[in-house]
Ligand binder design. Structure first.
Ligand code: UD1
Ligand code: CA
Length: 456
């Protein structure tokens, strides 16, 4: 199959204005490196892996996007026109249309690239460019037009006259070219007064040859916001967050205050879930239906079932089944798994542990490396002493056990089904089922009567 359309993304620049040791296109935007957005949108529009032009810190950029892109190297970076020239070798020979976008424009949508391509496919001239009308205009190239409205040229703001600077129509930095024309025109680009080859000068060049350049104007100028500085990064992040939040609300999620709700695009939330302010949902977090999250919750790579309530708590790499309530001030760490109906009150911490159905852990407890069967009661202040200074050890607690307040469970340890510990017990030996153990160190003082089946 021959490739008709290919995308080129320019990402070889230094990003000097970011004042960073991290290449600009790798700066995270809602949890993903900025370039990922342009890459995805371009890939969707063309059906092909785009060619990314790398130069500054090329290896770092390549490593992050190795799977998602083809690469071309530009060194030294001699301007955006030179960058596209550097990409030519990586473009399949038969390509008829070339979409080009700057790598620092993460808000451009796949649909915009599609429309740019479709417009160029209908156009007789060699270039369709994307423009935006913005007031006040940013430091973008200005679009010069003839009195009859035809596009004449792009003038970079550094070289623009006072009068030209007042032009509100701007060059966004995304274009569609007729490939054959592009390749023969690029070597003819003039050197700019700054010593660079500007891609934008192709417009004047085409017009000078009597060819037409078409402009497609963005309906939503917010898409044109690019990132040159940290301030721009924050501005773009805010727009991106609004998009994500609008999508959630459209799908039936209530956000009490969207401006104070940070949700990454990779997160899924079910309908009728309510998210209170100051919540942070990150990575591959999935929240089910009818939950109440926050205020003040931080969820990273965590799965939450339906009808859960999570208040002022931190959940990281955890799994929570339906009808669980956590908080305030709970902390689930890696490998925590709370089964249906678990109640975890104030100041609980759970790490690498399974809490069975209906387990209650109301106050001030640490559970690590433990497996707890259903309907166990964990008294206030219970601690699994899972670490002996060298190694971690497991704790097992049988169904319906009742762990008294302030019990220290010195692992490795097994507490039998229906066993009880007295308040303040320091348990160093296994406790058989249906036995009561008390004291320091705890010893069994009595057998307990197992409940009849009916009572359960
Ligand atoms: C560019 C446009 C300007 C437009 C603006 C909008 C030019 C000359 N100017 O200016 O008209 O309004 O974008 O976003 O094109 N890059 C390379 N190699 C280079 C230089 C740059 O790959 O030698 C890459 C950068 O990494 C960046 C992109 O090209 O992703 C744009 O470069 P940047 O320096 O940000 O251009 P602007 O000054 O924003
Ligand atoms: Ca830029």
């Amino acid at each position: 199959m021959s490739v008709e359309t290919i995308g080129i993304i320019l990402a070889a620049g230094k990003g000097t204005r970011m004042k960073s040791s991290l290449p600009k296109v790798l700066h995270p935007l809602l949890g993903r490196p900025m370039l990922r957005y342009a890459l995805q949108a371009m890939h969707e529009a063309t059906g092909q892996k785009p060619v990314v032009v790398v130069g500054h810190e090329a290896e770092r950029v390549r490593a992050v996007f190795a799977e998602q892109a083809e690469f071309a190297e530009q060194s030294p970076p001699l301007g955006t026109g030179d960058a596209v020239r550097a990409a030519q070798a990586a473009v399949p020979a038969g390509a008829r249309w070339v979409l080009v976008s700057n790598g620092d424009m993460p808000l451009l949508r796949a649909d915009t690239f599609r429309r740019l391509l479709a417009a160029q496919q209908r156009h007789k001239g060699p270039i369709t460019m994307l423009t935006a009308v913005m007031d006040p205009p940013r430091d973008y190239g200005r679009v010069l037009r003839f009195p009859d409205g035809r596009v004449e040229a792009i003038v970079e703001v550094a070289h623009a006259t006072e009068e030209q600077r007042r032009i509100p129509e701007l060059n966004v930095g995304a274009y569609c070219f007729d490939a054959a024309w592009l390749w023969q025109a690029l070597p003819r680009l003039p050197l700019s007064p700054k010593g660079e080859y500007y891609l934008t000068d192709l417009v004047g060049l085409a017009v000078a040859e009597g060819l037409s350049v078409q402009a497609l104007t963005l309906e939503d100028p917010a898409e044109a916001l690019g990132v040159n500085t940290r301030s721009h990064l924050a501005e773009v992040a805010a727009v991106m967050q609004r998009r994500v939040n609008e999508t959630l609300m459209a799908a039936g999620v209530t956000l009490i205050d969207p401006a104070r709700t940070y949700v990454e695009p990779s997160v899924q939330v079910g309908r009728d879930t309510v998210i209170w302010p100051d919540c942070y949902l990150l990575g591959h977090t999935v929240v089910g239906e009818g939950c109440e999250i926050g205020p003040n919750a931080y969820l990273r790579d965590t799965q939450v079932g339906n009808h859960c309530r999570i208040f002022a708590s931190v959940l990281e790499y955890a799994v929570v089944e339906d009808h669980v309530d956590i908080g305030p001030f709970g902390h689930l760490r890696k490998g925590a798994h709370l089964a249906e109906g678990v109640h975890m009150g104030n100041f609980g911490e759970v790490k690498n542990s399974y809490l069975g159905r209906g387990v209650k852990m109301g106050h001030f407890s640490y559970i690590g490396d433990a497996t707890i069967a259903e309907e166990v009661n964990i008294g206030a202040g219970t601690i699994t002493c899972n670490y002996d200074g060298e190694r971690k050890h497991p704790t097992k607690i049988g169904a319906h056990a009742f762990i008294g307040s302030d019990t220290m469970l010195v692992a490795p340890l097994e507490i039998g089904e229906g066993a009880r510990t007295g308040a303040g017990a320091v348990v160093t030996k296994d406790i058989p089922p249906y036995s009561l153990a008390v004291g320091v160190p705890a010893r069994v003082i009595r057998k307990l009567q197992p409940p009849t089946e009916a009572k359960r």
